[in-house]
Design a protein around this ligand. Structure first.
Ligand code: HEM
Ligand code: HEM
Length: 343
């Protein structure tokens, strides 16, 4: 904790160096996207396993609070990607290191240049949606449903702390190591390469995904009845989000479910990249053995659980009867016990 406070105060004191700020921004944006990703993969799996709950989740995504969050998410991912590309480039071209300051400025400029038209398109979708006086989910509903995620995080971290403590009691390994091992392990060297390679692969995948489901289609068109479904030749006849997801996952090109494969590749890469990034952050701030082991355990468990859940949803797909049920409206959903949290 003390290290975290020192980092923040030192960063604020250490004025003038753009490189320092781009490091902070890279970290903050990466962590923000990881948080979104956790909620997003869990929500998306509901399309397959709890269609009623998925409809509610999409309703929340279409609320003003989440709309603001989506602008922040898009800004975060654009900056993180641009800066990530700069890091990769300079790692492989160390002779250019004297140009770091200039490159950090170019990253900021390029992010703004990309953001202006992107925000303009997103804003167009927002205006169009609010013109139609839609029914909006209330803030208290949103707080209630998001609190369940918070509870989940707390339970996982508490369980990991207990496990780590039990391990420490058995082995006697507690406290902060006197001389931390500075030599990176083989695993860390491998992950260093993976972060760079995965970053490069994520760029087209995540921007393609965002362009499809966020810009071309627009998050609000996911629930527009009679609207064509991006990347397919189908139409959303029920106007429900589960049909949107189901038809995309069932769309075949030469017998291949291309969007399932696409989403699977995106899932595996972003989860491993994002959670390994989370591990870097934990390694920087948590020096106590028990705490660090607990957080590393929680990260490994979280990454494995998300990958299993995401792939389970991709394999299960959306049952077509769910489109019909969804068409009857959200009220009828609330009558069946569909909540994954037992509600
Ligand atoms: C607000 C912007 C976003 C919207 C509206 C959105 C929407 C969707 C939708 C509708 C699906 C269902 C499958 C499909 O249609 O392809 C999906 C799946 C997925 N999205 Fe997004 N997405 C957004 C941003 C992101 C971002 C930034 C990431 C990565 C960091 C991401 C990663 C994924 C993954 C991995 C899946 C597959 C999940 C699974 O296998 O269960 N999405 N998204
Ligand atoms: C869009 C393409 C992306 C690129 C080019 C990229 C690139 C990078 C690079 C080069 C690093 C530094 C790795 C290191 O220090 O060894 C990094 C760190 C990180 N990335 Fe990404 N990334 C991308 C997408 C994402 C996504 C989608 C997430 C979230 C799911 C994410 C989360 C993180 C986190 C949390 C870190 C650690 C930050 C830190 O140590 O300060 N990145 N990224």
């Amino acid at each position: 904790m003390a290290t975290l406070v020192t980092t923040i105060t030192e960063t604020l004191r250490y004025k003038g160096k753009l490189g320092q700020w781009s490091w902070v921004l890279h970290r903050v944006t990466g962590l923000g996207v990881v948080l979104f990703l956790i909620l997003h993969v869990i929500d998306t799996s509901w399309a397959a396993f709890y269609p009623g709950q998925y409809a509610k989740a999409i309703g929340e995504y279409q609320s003003p609070l989440f709309t603001l969050g989506e602008f922040a998410l898009v800004a975060a991912i654009i900056y993180h990607a641009m800066n990530g590309l700069r890091i990769v480039l300079f790692d492989f071209k160390p002779e250019w290191w004297h140009l770091q300051q200039k490159a950090a400025m170019i990253v900021l400029g390029a992010s703004v240049v990309l953001l202006v038209p992107t925000f303009a398109i997103m804003f167009g979708h927002v205006l169009h949606y609010y013109d139609g006086n839609p029914d909006l989910v209330t803030i208290s509903d949103i707080i209630q449903s998001q609190a369940q995620f918070l509870l989940g995080f707390v339970v996982i971290i508490a369980a990991a702390l207990l496990l780590s403590l039990a391990y420490a009691l058995i082995t006697g390994e507690t406290g902060t190591p006197a001389r931390p091992n500075r030599r990176p392990s083989q695993f860390d060297a491998w992950m260093w390469r993976f972060m760079r390679l995965s970053g490069l692969l994520i760029v087209p995948l995540v921007f393609g995904h965002l362009a499809m489901v966020h810009l071309i289609q627009g998050v609000f068109d996911i629930t527009t009845s009679g609207h064509s479904i991006v990347g397919t030749d189908a139409v959303n006849s029920s106007g429900k989000a589960v049909e949107f997801v189901g038809r995309r996952w069932d769309y075949l090109v030469a017998g291949v479910a291309i969007w399932r494969i696409y989403d699977g590749a995106l899932l595996a890469l972003v989860v491993v990249h994002g959670f390994n990034g989370l591990r870097y952050v934990v390694n920087d701030y948590a020096h106590d053995r028990v705490v660090r082991r607990a957080l590393t355990l929680a990260i490994a468990f979280g990454a494995a659980a998300l990958i299993i859940l995401g792939f389970a949803a991709l394999l299960a797909g959306v049952d077509e009867t769910a489109y019909g049920i969804a068409k009857e409206g959200l009220e009828s959903f609330s009558k069946v016990p569909t909540s994954p949290f037992g509600g």
